[in-house]
Each structure stands twice: as structure tokens, then as C-alpha cells.
Design a binder for this molecule. Sequence first.
Ligand SMILES: [Zn+2]
Ligand SMILES: [Zn+2]
Length: 212
Amino acid sequence: MLFVKQFTFSPIQENTYIVYNDKGSCCIIDPGCYSLIERNQLKGYILSSGLAPKYLLNTHCHLDHVFGNKFIAETFDLIPHIHPEEEQMLMLAPLSGTRWGLPFDNYEGKLVFINKHSVIELDDDRFEILETPGHSPGSICFYCREQGFMISGDVLFEDSIGRTDLPMGDHATLLRSIQTQLFTKPDETIIHPGHGRSTTIGREKQFNPFFN
Ligand SMILES: [Zn+2]
Ligand SMILES: [Zn+2]
């Protein structure tokens, strides 16, 4: 059984997720902690809850989703898991940081590449990887089929979708990703997005203006 804890970090208001099970194993997805206070908040939650971090996962590598990668990797001795198409985005992130007035120390160590054939196992539970390019070329969603939820990054939001005006974004590709990878899942599937409130596949099929 997996449980989801959400934080919202940085001036970009990015959602960082800790997904943990009853044995205390956890994965940290998109650590967007920017300030020292936010880093201490994330680390403090993990330590005070007695959680053992097993994976550092990124839905994609825009700056707001990787602000805390170096901190989490060093603190818990983890290697970021990303889609290979996102390595180029990770390289670009510090430049975006400078442009946005949010400079940060980028992670520069080893990477583990994952794709649609990979499975992330947390003891008895598992995430399938959905490849959902469009907002970013190697955007992926971590889908827990058994419990009907996914950590989906900047693909689908409540009443909105990810922006596609950033480098290598593509609107038609994003719409296709949502139609083929997300809208094919059961309506009650919960979407935990990279920004804003959680929603469901069924709600977005019915009300999302991009699909009506
Ligand atoms: Zn993004
Ligand atoms: Zn984002």
C-alpha cells in the first residue's frame, strides 16, 4: 500500500512528492525544494517519519522539478532516475535558473535512465512508467495501476495542460500523450500533478477546456 505526501516548493510553486509504504520505504519525486527552509522541511519530514529513501525520481528536468536534486542525492545517497531525453533538459536547467532569477546548484553526477519498459519497485508496490512527451521531450508519469493514481509532472492539470512554449515543447505531441497514455486509464485514476491541485482522469475528460 502506497501513501502520497505532497509539498509545494519554490517561487514557481512546484509540487514535490514523497511516496511511501507501510514498511517505511519511500521514493522522492521531483524535489523542487529551493530554499534552505524548504530543504530542511523535506529532509525533516523524511527523517522524523522514519522513512528510508530508495529512489530519487524525476518526471522531467525543468528547473523547478530539479532544484533539490543535488541536495536529495547527496543527503540520501541516491542517483536521479530520468528518461534519457531529459538529460539535455537537466543540462539546460542552470541557464534557465539564471534567466528566471532563480540560480541553483545543479546535480552533475551519475544518472539512471528509465523508460516505458522500466518498473520502479518499492517492496511489494510498483510504478509503471508512462512516456508522455510534449511539455518536455522526456516527460514521464509514474503510474500505480493497482491503486489507481499517478505522479504525472507537468502533463495534465486541473482544467489545464502543461505549457509547450519552452524549448523542445510541442503542443500536438502533448495532446496526443494525454489522449493515448492518460485518458486510456480508468476515470477514477487520481492525477497528482507538478503544479496545482490533484484531479482525476474522469474530471479532466469531462471539464478540461483543452479537450472540449
Ligand atoms: Zn515543466
Ligand atoms: Zn513544473
